[in-house]
Design a protein around this ligand. Structure first.
Ligand code: ZN
Length: 106
């Protein structure tokens, strides 16, 4: 008599096939966890991003994705402000000059 209903012990082995690895770009990069300099939260700098940064000569990001646009906007604003003031902010000086000329005219 053959036992056909033996518990199949080897079955789990088949199930345990390794999860298909994500199709990583073949660039040798690995995801890195960095700490945001702005909010202190940890964020993942993915392999793909690292490759992108390296390609463009960017340095390692200091801020998370949430803080980066805020920081960039701040830099942008400061830059625009400086440009609007003709390089440096000497707006107060020109006001003083107009006041002086008024006094002279009187
Ligand atoms: Zn942040």
């Amino acid at each position: 008599m053959e036992e056909e209903n033996k518990p199949v012990e080897g079955e789990t082995v088949i199930v345990a096939a390794p999860e298909a690895e994500e199709p990583k770009a073949d660039n040798g990069y690995k995801d890195i966890t960095l700490t945001c300099a702005e909010c202190g939260k940890e964020f993942v700098w993915t392999a793909g991003e690292q490759a992108f940064y390296a390609e463009h000569g960017f340095r390692q990001p200091k801020r998370c994705k949430e803080c980066r646009p805020i920081h960039n906007a701040r830099i942008d604003e400061a830059r625009k402000e400086r440009a609007a003031n003709g390089g440096y902010s000497d707006a107060t000086k020109s006001v003083a000059v107009t006041d002086d000329s008024k006094t002279i005219l009187n």
